[in-house]
Design a protein around this ligand. Sequence first.
Ligand code: NAI
Ligand code: MG
Length: 367
Amino acid sequence: ASYNLLLLPGDGIGPEVMAEVEKLVRWFTKTGIARFETEKDLVGGCAYDAHGVAITDAAMDRAQAADAVLFGAVGGPKWDKVPYEHRPEAGLLRLRKDLGLFANLRPAICYPALADASSLKRELVEGLDIVIVRELTGGVYFGEPKEIVTLENGEKRAVDTQLYTTHEIERIARVAFELAKVRRNKVSSAEKRNVMRTGVLWNEVVTRVHKEEYPDVELEHVLADNCGMQLVRNPKQYDVIVTDNLFGDILSDVAAMLTGSLGMLPSASLGAEDPATGKRKALYEPVHGSAPDIAGKGLANPIAMIGSFAMALRYSFGLVKEADMLEKAIANVLDSGLRTKDIAGPGVNAVGTGEVGDAIVKEMEKL
Ligand code: NAI
Ligand code: MG
């Protein structure tokens, strides 16, 4: 099969880390393991410089047509004063909105070689591999009313509204169950049904989707506060955690700290399934930004970007074996002691972005 990839490297270190993914894309195509057709376009500050907008309609059309979008990072001091509607982040926000990316996946993978960089003890995190599926377009961040009103007595009252529909819960639940099927087959659904009506509905809908569509996947329900505690007590009990926008925001940041550096964290955002083709819109990006402080120096850690490509292999293309292989190649390179500066630790000689990318390609050849 052949897959259509749109590369949006963006600004700062975005193009530097994307170049390492391009090495892997070429390697896959050369070996015939998987064929990728790639297109490249501008997003963020560089798009503003060239076209006066953070992403053009033409680039959006390409994103809509692609099997997956790989996104680097956007922004930097150069664009701090551009008009608000054209700021670099506007490109990413438009992609998320127009592609309808309602599911945000943040894995927490702890490579054994980096287990000492975790906030937890080595034995608790070594080999950790979990993914948090956060609902991204609903819940209390968007529900109306959302306001601050001044009362008659001069006091103020602030209101946010947590709101979920059956449809919104069903579609995020399906994403979680589908992921679990290509992982370790377990979903933990986190809500607060003990104090929230949205929690009651969430629990009810996830239970029904499980019973009707995914009875072979293991499902457990966990109260979101307990889930936070369990993540720092014994994170390896989890495989896929599915939760709402607010709890997911918090739990994914907690999980991030289990793994160490910002330069290591990949992510995916998925949209609705096209009923005709069964395909989902998808955007894969590192969690980090454009790192202006190290941009242009060849120092950036490419692993978050390469890990995002591994997620694309697993979740957009069904290339599970190849994704496992790529993650193994990353682990082997880290085991060999090759590190960029952000994860090198004191006394270790750091190498550059390109050397890490080359070493990962070389590992792929051995595997
Ligand atoms: P940042 O993630 O760019 O950098 C934070 C710190 O982590 C810096 O010291 C940086 O050098 C380091 N770092 C980040 N990624 C790294 C990597 N791959 N390898 C080694 N070190 C790495 O966040 P910051 O500094 O808050 O924002 C910088 C710019 O990036 C801003 O313009 C911000 O708006 C933008 N940004 C863009 C995001 C995106 O494109 N999704 C996300 C976050 C920030
Ligand atoms: Mg957050």
